[in-house]
Each structure stands twice: as C-alpha cells, then as structure tokens.
Design a protein around this ligand. Structure first.
Ligand code: GGG
Length: 356
C-alpha cells in the first residue's frame, strides 16, 4: 500500500472519455483503501496540442513525464492529421524513450461475451501476446531520396537487436511458466520472406527456448497465424512477435474475443528504470468520439494491469473481478457489446461491483 505518482495522457478521440472511467476506478480504490493514494499529473497532449503548437508534446515532454511511476494513456490519432505524425509524435517516442520493450496484450473470451466466431464457447479463448515494442518494423530508420521524381527511392529499415529480441522472447517464456496453463509459446514471424531480421529472431527463439524444456514451442508464419486466430484461437497460449506483427495479431485477437473495447495493453520497462505505460489497445475511434458510448473496459483492465505493476496486487485483482462480473451480468453494456449504456454508466457499474 503506498502513494503512487501517475502521468495521465488522455490523448485524442475517445481517449479522454475512457481515461475518465479509469480514473474513476482509481479514485474509488484510493477512497476506500487505507494508505492508498494516487497523485495524477495530467498532460493535455495530442492532436489538439499539435494544432496549437505544431508538436504532439512539448520538446521536453519526455523529461516532464519521466518522474512518474507509471503512465495511463488513452489513444492517439486524428482524422485531419496524418497518422504517422500523431503516432510518431507521442506514443512511439514514449515507448522508446522509456525502454518499454515488453508489451503485454491479453485476449480472453469472457463468459457473457459472444465471439463473432460461430460455435466458440465462453472461456475457450485465453491467450496473451508479447509484442516487441521499441524496434523491429517501427524503428524510425529509413530515408527518402529524389521525392516526386521517377527515381524516387524509399527505404524503411527493420531493426532487430539481440538485446531487444531476447528480452521479449524471454519475457514470453517466463510469463508462460508463471501462468502454467497450456505451457506453450508460439513465435510468429515471416522468416521465409524476411531472411535477415526474422531468421535472426528464429535463432534467438531457439536459444531462449532451450532454457525452458518444460514449455512446448512452435514457430509459425504470420499469415498462417492470422488464419488460425480466426479458425482455432483456443489453441494459442502465449504468443511472441515483432512490433508490427504483434500489433496486427492483437487486433485480430481482440475482435475474436468480442470487442476492441475490451482489450488492454501494458508497455513495460522490465528494468523499472523508467515508467511503464498502460493503455487500451484501441485507437481514437473518431466515429464514436463525443457520443459517450465508448467501451471503457479495456482502459479499466489496463488500470488493473497497472495496479499489478505498481505492487497493488489486491486492488488489481478486485478491478479484474469487477470487470468480469460486469460482463457476466450483462446489465450495463456499451453498444459494441449489444447494450445501450454510456461510457460513464459502465464505469459506475464497475465501481459498484468493486464494493458489492
Ligand atoms: N491506445 C492505443 C492507440 O492509441 N493506438 C493507436 C495506434 O495506432 N497504435 C499503434 C500502436 O499501438 O503501435
């Protein structure tokens, strides 16, 4: 039990709407748990800030945030600003600067939630994706020559370091052993086509796997995994993939487990030298921004992951249990899950279930 300093970045679109519900849960926990305090510092950065200043965050933004223990992040993206500017201006620099190389994205089909996959029973899908989060295909390495001419030449370089690759693969194995469910780790690459970085990834996977003989392993190509996630998602346990591939397969996993509005994400700095960051997997969702109908459960589940990271295991467990019950009871659901409730009503319901 302690005092925790948190950076809050609602960001764009529905980000601030869902972050309000995450804070609502934290506020109720603090008010009802002796000795537990959360101090928030709000950073009003994102696309609105960009319109005013030409930057997604101030020049010294990374320094301003770094003193906090963790970051609760909403979403980034704007219909009028190119996506590479919004993403490269706020979210990706934080993941890199704070060395958040281990991204954890669980996907679980909750009782009470219907998968769009016919015939899938509740509870059948329970997998966790480990995403390499600071390099790979998202490395800001490349260049553009002779723009607008017939000789235009563009290079985008994938970066795989031994440290980053081994770190994410080992994190996946360690988690698999702790979780002790199917005891299987699936590595996802495209090493038949990408003969440098992804062949290297396969080699590192083999080396790390040798330290965990009790864990079953498989190495699959990403196109096969895309099919299998919609055919047999219940076959997967722990999955590990590069930045881009894990981003894509975690969206598929979110959808087959009922809604993008349920999928949380943790961007972890394993060495705890810098703050880790917790966010919903979903983006800014312009189509529903301002309507008050965004599902806040992904953010609230991200809050549970943050509490666990902060050493508040009991509070984390309570939040998870309240989310599970709200989905089981199906009384207060947003439209993505077939209900008519508002974002705020779902947050209120989670808070009610926390103390029931
Ligand atoms: N809350 C996550 C978010 O804003 N996602 C927008 C996005 O495009 N993310 C890409 C990524 O997570 O790498």
């Amino acid at each position: 039990m302690a005092e925790h300093n948190l950076a809050i970045i609602g960001g764009d679109g529905i980000g601030p709407e869902v972050i309000d519900e995450g804070k609502k849960v934290l506020d109720y926990l603090a008010a009802n748990t002796p000795g537990l305090t959360f101090n928030y510092t709000e950073f009003p950065w994102g696309s609105a800030y960009y319109r005013e200043t030409g930057r997604m965050m101030p020049e010294d933004g990374l320094d301003q945030v770094s003193a906090n223990e963790a970051i609760l992040f909403g979403a980034v993206g704007d219909p009028d600003i190119p996506d590479h500017i919004t993403l490269q201006g706020l979210l990706l620099p934080m993941r890199r600067a704070y060395d958040q190389g281990v991204c954890v994205r669980p996907a679980y089909l909750h009782p009470g939630v219907t998968s769009p996959l016919a015939g899938k029973s509740a509870g059948g899908i329970d997998l966790v994706i480990f995403r390499e989060n600071t390099e790979g295909e998202y490395a800001p390495v490349g260049g553009r020559l002779y723009p607008g001419t017939p000789h235009e030449t563009v290079m985008q370089t994938n970066v795989f370091t031994r440290r980053g690759t081994e770190r994410i693969i080992r994190a996946a194995f360690e988690y698999c052993v702790r979780r002790n469910r199917r005891m299987k780790v699936t590595s996802v690459t495209k090493s038949n086509a990408q003969a440098f970085g992804m062949v290297f990834w396969d080699e590192v996977f083999q080396v790390v796997a040798a330290d965990y003989p009790q864990v079953e392993t498989e190495s699959l190509l990403v196109d096969r995994v895309a099919m299998d996630l919609v055919r047999w998602p219940e076959d997967f346990d722990v999955m590990v993939a590069s930045n881009l591939f894990a981003d894509i397969i975690s969206d598929i996993a979110a959808v087959v487990t009922g809604s993008m509005g349920l999928a949380p994400s943790a961007n972890i700095n394993p060495e705890r030298e810098y703050p880790s960051m917790f966010e919903p997997v979903h983006g800014a969702a312009f189509d529903i921004t301002g309507k008050g109908i965004a599902n806040p459960l992904a953010t609230i589940s991200a809050v549970a992951m943050m509490l666990d990271h902060l050493g508040e295991a009991e509070s984390s467990r309570k939040v998870d249990a309240a989310v599970v019950r709200s989905l089981q009871e199906r009384k207060v659901m947003t439209p993505d899950l077939g209900g008519t409730a508002t974002t705020s009503q779902v947050g209120d319901e989670v808070v009610r279930l926390l103390w029931e």
